[in-house]
Design a binder for this molecule. Structure first.
Ligand code: SAH
Ligand code: F3S
Length: 504
């Protein structure tokens, strides 16, 4: 099935910043080759690994964990596939197109393997988990299949493939959070970093493959989260994004699955740390660090979290709050555990408690049985919220999901795409309206990198996650700068720097 995925920011081609949401390159599924030459060797590096990553930010963060584990096995990362002893592809299963992209890449790997027959190929991530041993049968080039919870087994799996056997480990874990692994910061700008705080998802949205590929939800020890952030601070990083498939559902009670919290001891329950508490803890301890988090599920985003955001200046004023549909009937069929009205109440609360907060969305067009009436409900919901930006997809049926088992994929491709276009067009208007609202205002920008469009301009983001470009002058990457906005597109603000900012 053909699917289309569009991000307003990316589709305009105007953003030179990294993705502001957990979905990396959502409309292209272009993989990124990840490397870091500054890894401190724990063993002499005499082998090379090439890692290509696809999908959500969690996958990119996981590739850092994999590089760290492999570093202790004597591997250093390389951007040259041809010189690699081991080629890894960290895959995404969220839509069919993502999987097709991986298949095409494997064909390319095959061509390289013809030149370098000793090269071993491993598939990691969600597609590995979904297809398991079948991968080895379907793609002859693959030597190793490793699911998202099995990366610590890589040393053993590598031994297997070295001795000429294929290796598979797709066991999902109840405890694994990789909290004890210091990830290698691959492709880092030295300023912004992802820190995973939960793994898996228990929400069982009927369209979504994640609960099957990433397993049940579990949270990471706050101590190890704070240690990782301490380390980032000491290395000069200025912004962290706390990551989870459903980040607001974070709950640490000593380890184990979220769903087993009821079985924990009274003491464990009493001393448990929830997301609002963790967020406050991090913000308090690192008041010079910007804190972001993603992704929020409406049913799990609490008022306590919104109040924590309002209390701490260093918690960025942006919430990525996927809604998927504006129709109560479709929300129910999607097993999203909130109504349209409850979503509006949440939006009202956010706007009341943090008036300057930006809100972004994920939306799906053409879920099974969606009528024109349902689609209009989505458009009118967008009018109510006036999202700053969003990530919009047409429905892609995924094997094994509840929707695939229970509902016919009955909306034609033509109708899906037409509805998607209407959603995108509306978002474009709202995004334009939002960015225009910043004209003549002064915003604080954290400089992340050179603008892709001009070597004379910096690119950074505001607290609200809007990309800003401005002349470099004497500023440098990692500076917080006040910028007066004098122009904009629907995705980017353009301005003049006024000086180093007092705020962040
Ligand atoms: N909670 C996760 C969601 C991951 S999936 C997170 O961390 O972002 C990202 C988005 O992909 C979802 O919000 C949804 O809008 C879209 N999506 C998921 N499954 C899909 C499917 N089967 N077809 C089309 N879009 C899908
Ligand atoms: Fe997927 Fe829904 Fe979880 S979209 S990741 S099942 S919150």
């Amino acid at each position: 099935m053909k699917t289309k995925t569009v991000s307003i920011k990316e589709s305009r081609g105007l953003s030179s910043s990294p993705q502001p949401s957990p979905h990396k390159n959502p409309n292209q599924f272009n993989g990124e080759v990840l490397t870091n030459q500054e890894v401190t060797p724990k063993k002499t590096h005499n082998k090379r690994v090439y890692i290509e990553s696809y999908g959500c930010s969690m996958n990119f963060a996981d590739s850092g964990v994999v590089a760290s584990i492999l570093s202790t096995e004597g591997f250093e990362t390389t951007v040259e596939m041809k010189e690699a002893d081991l080629v890894l592809i960290n895959t995404c299963s969220i839509r069919d197109k993502a999987e097709q992209t991986v298949r095409k890449r494997l064909e390319k790997f095959n061509a390289v393997k013809r030149i370098n027959p000793k090269m071993k190929v491993g598939v990691l991530g969600c597609m590995a988990e979904r297809l398991k041993e079948k991968f080895l049968e379907e793609e002859k080039i693959v030597d190793m299949v490793v699911g998202p919870d099995a990366y610590k087994d890589l040393p053993n799996l590598l031994q297997e493939i070295e001795s000429g056997r294929n290796a598979v480990n797709v066991i999902l874990s109840k405890e694994e959070t990789y909290g004890d692994i210091a990830p290698v910061r691959l492709q880092s700008n030295g300023v912004t970093a992802f820190v995973s705080i939960t793994r898996g998802c228990d929400n069982m949205c009927t369209f979504c493959v994640v609960p099957f590929t990433r397993g049940r939800e579990r949270s990471r020890d706050p101590k190890s989260i704070l240690e990782e952030i301490n380390d980032l601070v000491s290395k000069g990083f200025k912004e962290v994004t706390l990551l989870g498939q459903n980040v607001d559902s974070y709950l640490w009670y000593g380890g184990g699955l979220k769903k087993d919290f009821d079985k924990a001891t009274t003491l464990q329950q009493k001393t448990a740390v929830n997301f609002a508490q963790l967020l406050s803890l991090v913000a308090q301890e690192h008041h010079k660090m910007r804190i972001r988090f993603s992704t929020s599920n409406p049913q799990d985003l609490t008022l306590d979290v919104i109040h924590a955001m309002a209390t701490f200046d260093n918690i960025c004023k942006h919430i990525h709050l996927p809604v998927q549909s504006g129709s109560d009937r479709i929300l129910k069929k999607m097993n999203r555990l909130h109504t349209r009205q409850e979503y509006f109440d949440l939006i009202d609360n956010i706007k009341k408690i943090i008036p300057e907060c930006s809100i972004s969305q994920d939306l799906i067009a053409g879920f099974p049985t969606e009528t024109e009436e349902d689609h209009k409900d989505t458009l009118s919901l967008m009018d109510y919220v006036q999202y700053h930006f969003g990530f919009m997809f047409s429905y892609s049926e995924r094997p094994g999901t509840l929707a695939e088992r229970k509902l016919e994929d009955d909306i034609s491709e033509e109708v899906k795409l037409r509805r998607l276009q209407e959603i995108i067009e509306k978002q474009r208007v709202h995004s334009r309206h939002r960015t225009a609202g910043y004209k003549d205002k002064t915003v604080c920008v954290l400089i992340e990198r050179e603008s892709k469009k001009s070597e004379f301009q910096w690119s950074g983001r505001t607290s609200q996650n809007t990309v800003v470009v401005f002349p470099k002058e004497h500023y440098k990457v990692g500076d917080f700068v006040d910028v007066k906005i004098n122009d904009c597109t629907s995705a980017t603000l353009i301005g003049i720097p006024l000086g180093i900012s007092e705020t962040i």
